[in-house]
Design a protein around this ligand. Structure first.
Ligand SMILES: Nc1ncnc2c1ncn2[C@@H]1O[C@H](COP(=O)(O)OP(=O)(O)O)[C@@H](O)[C@H]1O
Ligand SMILES: [Mg+2]
Length: 354
């Protein structure tokens, strides 16, 4: 059988550019080369698209873009091209693609935008479709859909920047509905960027200001005192929900530093929770996956409340971290799907869906 031609996209015009470099290199390294011909496509921090032909190491070190191994290239929306247009010497070359894996986190990668381009291009791609990606990216929309599906979540309020004129009355409303501490999050971000825990009125003001640097829409949530438990879901109509994993952040909450820069954060696979709670989370994850219209993959994160009063869905991640130490591939590994088998299954699901 001839090999499939696939593009793996990394980087991105997003606050999660660096994370994507590490996830992307890991996906490239683990894609079985006996079955797949890989084209590496990088998007720089400022949004330039470059085909990359150099060593994989330079990607994670963020030295790929300025190397001699790049050529301007872009996915063509023209369905007859069905692939990548690579510009060179005043002309161009087309690399036909059977599928694309956009290993891009956050804005312009996980929010349905690149998925929309791939839909127009008619190229199968790994992960959720544009609507589902957008719904899972926007924390306010996710809350609304999950509420409609009857899935337990933290109490929340959506705050628009334009409505923040009277801070005192806004604060009074939030304090009454949610109580302190509160979690303040840009509606569309990721990797904990722009998120803070506000313990007082003064904190809340600063937290809103920070969150509004990332989005005009902010979600404020009640604080949930719980263990952080994550599930990996794989599939289109039929889904596999993984063994669960637990994260014990080394900081007060699982912020950017605890996620990527601090080895003291602990991971436990399986999560240290009883069988009934495990079953409830796995069932809720499958239900949320369907309600949000997910396909391909999504990591769905929960809190298990410390007072024993149940589980709360925190958030879905449609392109979860894919580094060798990331939860999604680890959970799949613990469920019997090795990293390279996982990538093979993701490409197969992408092609089946298209
Ligand atoms: N309502 C909440 N109660 C308690 N902790 C929270 C709450 N919301 C978020 N957190 C903490 O903040 C982290 C990041 O929030 P999350 O909503 O997962 O954003 P991101 O999309 O950036 O990962 C969580 O992993 C958790 O540690
Ligand atoms: Mg999260």
């Amino acid at each position: 059988m001839s090999k499939l031609s696939v593009a793996i996209i990394f980087g991105g015009f997003s606050s999660e550019y660096e994370v994507s470099l590490v996830s992307g290199s890991s996906v490239i390294r683990n894609t079985p080369t006996d079955q797949y011909d890989i084209t590496m496509l990088g998007i720089t921090r400022d949004g330039r698209w470059l085909r990359y032909t150099g060593p994989v190491e330079l990607i994670a070190e963020d030295k790929w873009a300025d190397s001699a191994y790049t050529t301007p290239a872009f996915i063509s929306p023209d369905r007859s091209h069905h692939g990548l247009v690579v510009l060179s010497d005043g002309g161009y070359e087309i690399i036909r693609l059977d599928a694309v894996f956009p290993v891009l986190h956050g804005k312009n990668g996980e929010d349905g935008t690149i998925q929309g381009l791939l839909e127009i291009a008619g190229i199968p791609y790994v992960g959720c479709d544009p609507l589902s990606s957008a719904m899972c990216m926007d924390k306010a929309v996710t809350h609304t859909i999950l509420e409609d599906a009857g899935i337990p979540q933290a109490k929340w309020s959506t705050v628009f920047q334009r409505d923040c004129g009277d801070f005192d009355s806004l604060e009074a409303q939030l304090a009454e509905k949610l109580g302190y501490p509160m979690f303040v999050k840009p509606a569309n971000a990721g990797s904990s960027v722009g998120i803070s825990k506000a313990k007082s009125k003064a904190d809340l003001k600063a937290a809103l200001e920070l969150a509004f640097q990332h989005d005009k829409k902010v979600v404020v949530e009640e604080f949930i005192d719980g263990a952080e438990v994550e599930s990996a879901v794989l599939g289109n109509d039929d889904t596999l929900v993984s063994v669960l994993g637990e994260i014990v952040p080394c900081n007060e909450f699982y912020d950017y530093e605890a996620k990527y820069q601090n080895a003291a954060t602990e991971l436990h696979i399986p999560a240290r929770i009883d069988e009934a709670t495990t079953a409830l989370i796995r069932e809720t994850a499958a239900k949320a996956y369907r309600a949000l219209g997910c396909s391909g993959l999504t990591r769905i994160d929960f809190f298990v409340k410390r007072d024993g009063s149940g589980v709360i869905l925190n958030e879905p991640n449609t392109i979860p971290g894919f580094t060798s130490i990331s939860m999604y591939p680890k959970l799949m590994g613990a469920t019997g799907v090795s990293y390279s088998e996982l990538i093979d299954r993701l490409f197969t699901l992408a092609i089946q869906k298209a």
